[in-house]
Design a binder for this molecule. Structure first.
Ligand code: BGC
Length: 368
């Protein structure tokens, strides 16, 4: 129903919208194309490799969901850009040349990929932005509530500083890649919690979300502030938190200040167990990946009601308005809820986390 409503609104507004350079994302390129059956190919483009989530969770879940939904007749074509926008452009071009039926795109650079999104659209291939909101005429967006991720990180940091909270406490903020719109949302959410309550003494953006660059940022911040004057570190994700811990250890810090993260990477969960990292954000990958796979298959198969029910939220990108979306909720992961989150969802077994090096720490927090 909503899609019909938007189409009507869009056609009556077509001229003014085109005049100011804003296009509606409704009126999908598939509307005029006959719906397809089960013999379909879903192109999956992931952004980088330093983070384990893409190869370990996102892609395998998407792949198996596509297979299940198509009685094992549908397949997925996968490419990971390794953090390089030019590589992703070439990978997307190949998928267009291969005539995949739909593309799930997790953009390295949401702006730079815009021309490729248009190309896919012209070739009749719908594009669903996955996790990061790509610019251009995308058909839908499936992600987590990214501002909430930042809020959860900010709140947890304040909670970790607890009764000792003082607005002159010096916090180092290590944000993600400036080409990833999620990084700006994480930062916005975190600052909404932290501003006025602590002092953000040093703040960095981190190209390609590189853990090595995050480590270098932290080393620089320690040089400026002194190793004993860092009350807490906001790290936008777990992989960078790993680099930050290395920098603190190299400077001679033995008891880590509270450090945030996100993604619930196994090494981060182990750092949480041992007290080297305060928290992560658990983003239930199956919810995001299954929703995206379902929306992709429904879109190419012309099952509009299902597609609409999967994308009831609505977001705007810098180029397009009212993009049908699904934004999945997230939860803080600390040493107190490992069992109820990543273990309960089957992401890790207790034995994956509590390897011999972590046995004692696991029993100390009752994780068994
Ligand atoms: C994702 C995070 C991830 C980061 C680096 C973000 O867009 O939402 O989960 O840690 O990219 O890959």
């Amino acid at each position: 129903m909503r899609r019909i409503a938007i189409s009507v609104a869009a056609s009556s507004l077509a001229l003014p919208l085109a005049a100011c350079g804003v296009m509606s994302s409704s009126g999908s390129s598939t509307d005029a194309t006959p719906a397809k059956g089960n013999d379909i190919t879903v192109g999956v483009l992931m952004p980088e490799k330093t983070n384990t989530r893409y190869a370990e969770f996102d892609y395998p879940i998407i792949k198996s969901t596509v297979s299940q939904l198509t009685s094992k007749k549908g397949s997925s074509e996968y490419a990971n850009a390794g953090g390089k926008a030019t590589v992703q452009n070439a990978q997307m071009q190949k998928m267009i040349d291969d005539k995949v039926d739909v593309i799930l795109l997790d953009a390295v650079d949401s702006h730079a990929i815009r021309a490729m999104v248009k190309k896919a659209k012209t070739a009749g291939i719908p594009v669903i932005a996955y996790d990061r909101l790509a610019e251009g005429p995308i058909d839908a967006y499936v992600s987590f509530d990214n501002e909430l991720v930042g809020e959860v990180q900010g709140r947890s940091l304040l909670e970790a500083l607890g009764g000792n909270l003082d607005s002159s406490d010096k916090i180092v903020m290590v944000n993600g890649s400036p080409t990833d719109p999620n990084a700006a949302q994480f930062k916005k959410g975190a600052l909404s919690e932290l501003t006025g309550k602590v002092t953000i003494a040093e703040t960095y953006d981190t190209a390609e979300w590189s853990p090595d660059t995050a480590q270098a940022h932290m080393t620089e911040a320690i040089g400026k502030l002194g190793k004993d004057n860092v009350a807490a570190v906001y790290s936008a994700n777990d992989a960078m938190a790993g680099g930050i811990v290395k920098a603190l250890k190299a400077a001679g810090v033995t008891k880590m200040p509270p450090i945030t993260g996100q993604d619930a990477e196994l090494t981060a969960v182990q750092r949480i167990v041992s007290g080297e990292q305060y928290m992560s954000v658990y983003k239930p990958y199956p919810d995001e990946a299954e929703a995206a796979a379902k929306a992709a298959v429904a879109l190419v198969q012309g099952r509009d009601i299902e597609f609409d029910s999967l994308t009831r939220d609505s977001v705007d990108s810098p180029t397009n308005k009212k993009i049908p979306s699904q934004l999945v909720s997230v939860v803080a992961l600390t040493k107190d809820n490992i069992k109820e989150t990543v273990v309960a969802d089957g992401i890790y077994k207790v034995s994956d986390i509590c390897t011999s090096a972590y046995k004692a720490d696991c029993s100390a927090i009752g994780l068994k």
